[in-house]
Design a binder for this molecule. Structure first.
Ligand code: KPL
Length: 309
C-alpha cells in the first residue's frame, strides 16, 4: 500500500516509523529542519521498549515532489493546517484512495470532505502517544488503540487500513458512529488541554487536586450537554470517568495545548473548547466555563511575546 503522512510531527512520524515495514511510507512536512534530519540520518524511532531504529523514509516538503498516487493519506497536522493539508491530499491521492484524519478537534473531516468528497474522507481517533525529541527523532510514548469511523461506501478502504495496522501489531477497531467517536475524543481534550495549558501542569495533576477536578468536571458537563442537544448519545458519568482515566494513563505527559503555549505557538482552542461554545450557541445550550477558558487561552496566545518567565 502506498501511504503518505501529511503532518509529520510527533504522531505522524510515529505512525510513519511503525507502519514503514508494512507499506510504502512517505512523510510530508513543512518543518524543513525535521525533513533535513530525516533525509540525512533517516527517521530515528525509539520504541516503547527503548530500542532505537533508523528508518530511511522519503520526505516531501511540497506536492510537486511526489510522482506517484497514494492509496491512503493520513492527516496528522494541527487543526489550523487542515485546509492546506486537504488541498495537498487532493493532489497526491489516487482516485480511489482514502484520506484519514487522526487530528484533534471538530471540523477537520468536513474540511477534508469539501476537498476530496465525503466518500474519500474518513475520521478516526488514536490513543497512541508520541514525543518528538529532536528534529528527525521520535519516541513511542504510549501504546493505545486507534478507532476508525466507517463512513458510507468506505468499508473496503477502511478494512485495508485495519489490515495494515494489524500487520504492524497496532491495536485498531472500527465504529459506525462518527459523531459519538469524534465527540468522545473531543471531550477528553475539552477536559484536559486548556486546563493543563493555563495551570502549566502535567495531565496527572489535573485529577489529583480537587479544585482542578471541579473545573474539569464543569468543562466536561457543558460539552456533554451540547453533544446531547445535538442528539449524540453520550453519558456524563462515563465521559467524565474516561477523562479522569486518560489523565491517569498520561499522568506525566504535557498536553499538546500546554506544549503549544510553552513554545509560543497558536493553540487548537478554537476546535476544542471553542467548538463546544460555537455548537452550544447553535443549539441554545449555555457554555460559560468553556467560553471563559477559550478567552483565557486566546489572551495567553495574544500576550505570549510579553510573558515574564
Ligand atoms: O490528546 C491529548 C493532547 O494532549 O492533545 C491528550 C489525550 C490530552 C493527551 O495529552
Amino acid at each position: 500500500m502506498e501511504v503518505v503522512i501529511i503532518g509529520a510531527g510527533a504522531l505522524g512520524s510515529l505512525f510513519g516509523g511503525l507502519l514503514a515495514p508494512h507499506a510504502r511510507i512517505t512523510l510530508y512536512t513543512t518543518n524543513s529542519e525535521h525533513a533535513r534530519a530525516i533525509q540525512q540520518n533517516g527517521l530515528l524511532l525509539t520504541t516503547m521498549e527503548g530500542e532505537q531504529h533508523s528508518l530511511a523514509l522519503p520526505v516531501l516538503t511540497g506536492p510537486e515532489q511526489y510522482d506517484r498516487r497514494a492509496d491512503l493519506i493520513l492527516i496528522c497536522t494541527k487543526a489550523g493546517a487542515t485546509g492546506a493539508a486537504a488541498v495537498t491530499a487532493q493532489q497526491l491521492l489516487h482516485p480511489e484512495g482514502l484520506v484519514l484524519t487522526l487530528q484533534n478537534g471538530l471540523g477537520n473531516l468536513e474540511q477534508i470532505a469539501a476537498c476530496v468528497g465525503r466518500q474519500r474522507a474518513a475520521a478516526g481517533i488514536t490513543a497512541q502517544g508520541a514525543t518528538l525529541q529532536a528534529p528527525g527523532q521520535v519516541r513511542h510514548a504510549g501504546n493505545g488503540a486507534t478507532v476508525l469511523a466507517v463512513g458510507p461506501g468506505q468499508a473496503a478502504a477502511i478494512a485495508a487500513v485495519v489490515r495494515l495496522f494489524n500487520r504492524a501489531g497496532l491495536e485498531i477497531r472500527t465504529s459506525d458512529d462518527v459523531d459519538s467517536l469524534l465527540w468522545s475524543k473531543l471531550i477528553v481534550n475539552v477536559g484536559i488541554n486548556a486546563l493543563a495549558a493555563l495551570l502549566r501542569v502535567p495531565n496527572g495533576t489535573l485529577v489529583e487536586a480537587g479544585a482542578c477536578r471541579e473545573l474539569m468536571d464543569e468543562l466536561v458537563a457543558e460539552a456533554v450537554a451540547v453533544a446531547r442537544a445535538l442528539c449524540i448519545d453520550l453519558e456524563y458519568e462515563q465521559q467524565l470517568d474516561r477523562v479522569h482515566q486518560v489523565c491517569r494513563q498520561t499522568a506525566t505527559n504535557r498536553a499538546s495545548m500546554l506544549q503549544d503555549v510553552l513554545r509560543g505557538r497558536p493553540t487548537e482552542i478554537d476546535v476544542i473548547n471553542g467548538a463546544v461554545v460555537a455548537r452550544g450557541q447553535e443549539v441554545g445550550v449555555p457554555t460559560p466555563v468553556n467560553l471563559l477558558f477559550t478567552r483565557m487561552i486566546k489572551a495567553l496566545e495574544a500576550t505570549a511575546a510579553q510573558r515574564i518567565s
